[in-house]
Design a protein around this ligand. Structure first.
Ligand code: ARG
Length: 395
């Protein structure tokens, strides 16, 4: 075919569309005739408008393929069960906020977590770029503290919390304040939408054998909904496409509470367990991690909220690899992301030295949201010394 009269990026989008439609229609067992008709339509639409619109079926299967291709995800065995909500019709910030609240309810499903993605429109409408500023739809605020007040909350949220405060949102200053949704359309001011009380299910942490564990006052939310990645399908980018699965316990027990630059609770847990923190050889960190992870699994189970342990998740990943092999597809993977952060050598992924990051498409890519949004916040905050701006300089 002759693409020579087209813009280079138009040609590139057509190339990617061809490759996606071919793979997608083959997997969905759609006839080659129908595929060829669709490809002709896409080429025509591209030449006329500079873009093309996915059908609902293409969008749904494309999003599922993007999950299947995500080289950092250990939970991909279930890629086929992803619920895809087509929210490309949402126009205003209010409509977007309503769709996000709907996503949270659909995903939480009374504790039986369902994997869901909500896809908002792509950027083709000039000057109307739709952005979700949150890293995850549900996350706890972070307050750096000062001479008088100790730091509180999740340090990973410090910058974003400062943005929310600047937009007029108010938190309690505690360890587990739910952040509001922040949405912008084009050059309009971003708007804050607090999540209505009662909508987010949270799990207070307790331990199967240690009653005093509750005194630590730890809790976590039920569903991780990543909202700062861009979904790319057949040359079209969807910068607002929040998605979720269910938690693996180490994400909360090892990383969110264990990391020193997150909640950093291993010393408190070790003290509760009466461990000797004066020497590494007591393995107090390892023992604290273990009991913290057990508490996460136990508490989620008690609350009736879906969660997977890292051994089961690793076994499921092996099944995913076998399943993909049977389908004649290669699995893309990043070893360092797929091994769990606790006892990795006790899982079968440990010995897999063949994993390679294949950059398959459709895919999820980082949106560089912080840099992009930071520049905007920076322009405003220049005179005021906004903490968001300060930390953007290093990006
Ligand atoms: N690790 C992130 C967190 O602890 C969540 C990332 C997505 N996790 C998932 N199980 N789908 O909040």
């Amino acid at each position: 075919m002759n693409h020579t009269a087209l813009q280079p990026d138009t040609r590139e989008v057509i190339r990617q569309a061809e490759s996606f439609i071919t793979a997608c229609y083959r997997e969905l067992e759609i006839t080659e005739d129908e595929r060829d008709r669709r490809l002709a339509d896409i080429r025509e639409e591209m030449q006329r408008t500079g873009t093309y619109k996915h059908s609902g079926e293409e969008l749904a299967h494309g999003a599922r393929m993007a999950w299947r291709h995500n080289s950092r995800c250990i939970g991909r065995l279930f890629w086929h069960s992803l619920d895809v909500i087509d929210a490309r019709g949402a126009e205003t910030a209010e409509e977007v906020a309503a769709a996000l609240l709907h996503h949270m309810k659909q995903a939480n499903n009374g504790g039986r977590i369902r994997p869901v993605i909500t896809v908002f429109r792509s950027d083709e409408e000039q000057g109307r770029a739709l952005r979700i500023w949150n890293h995850q739809l549900i996350r706890y605020a972070g307050y750096p503290g000062n001479g008088e007040h100790p730091r509180t909350g999740d340090p990973a949220s410090d910058e974003f919390t400062a943005v929310c405060l600047k937009l007029g949102w108010q938190g309690t200053g505690g360890d587990f304040d739910l952040l509001p949704l922040v949405i912008s359309i084009g050059a309009e001011e971003p708007r804050c939408f607090p999540i209505p009380p009662g909508l987010v299910q949270e799990v207070p942490l307790s331990h199967p054998e240690i009653p005093q564990f509750t005194e630590l006052g730890l809790r976590w939310y039920s569903v991780p909904i990543v909202s700062d990645m861009c979904l790319e399908i057949g040359g079209i980018r969807y910068p607002a496409a929040p998605f979720n699965g269910w938690y693996m316990e180490t994400e909360i027990g090892s990383r969110n509470f264990g990391d020193t630059d997150r909640y950093n609770r291993l010393p408190a847990v070790a003290d509760l367990l009466g461990l000797d923190r004066s020497t590494n050889t007591s393995l107090w960190k390892d023992r604290a991690l273990l009991e913290l992870n057990r508490a996460v699994l136990y508490s989620f189970k008690q609350a009736g909220v879906s969660i997977v342990d890292h051994h089961t998740a690793a076994d499921q990943f092996i099944r995913f690899q076998e399943q993909e092999k049977q389908q004649g597809r290669e699995v893309s993977g990043k070893w360092g992301w797929l091994i769990p952060p606790m006892s990795p050598s006790s899982t079968p992924i440990w010995n897999d030295n063949k994993l390679r990051d294949l950059q398959l498409s459709p895919r999820f890519v980082y949106r560089k949201q912080q840099a992009e949004l930071g520049q905007r916040a920076a322009a405003e905050a220049e005179a005021e010394g906004c903490p968001f701006h300060q930390s953007m300089k290093s990006d």
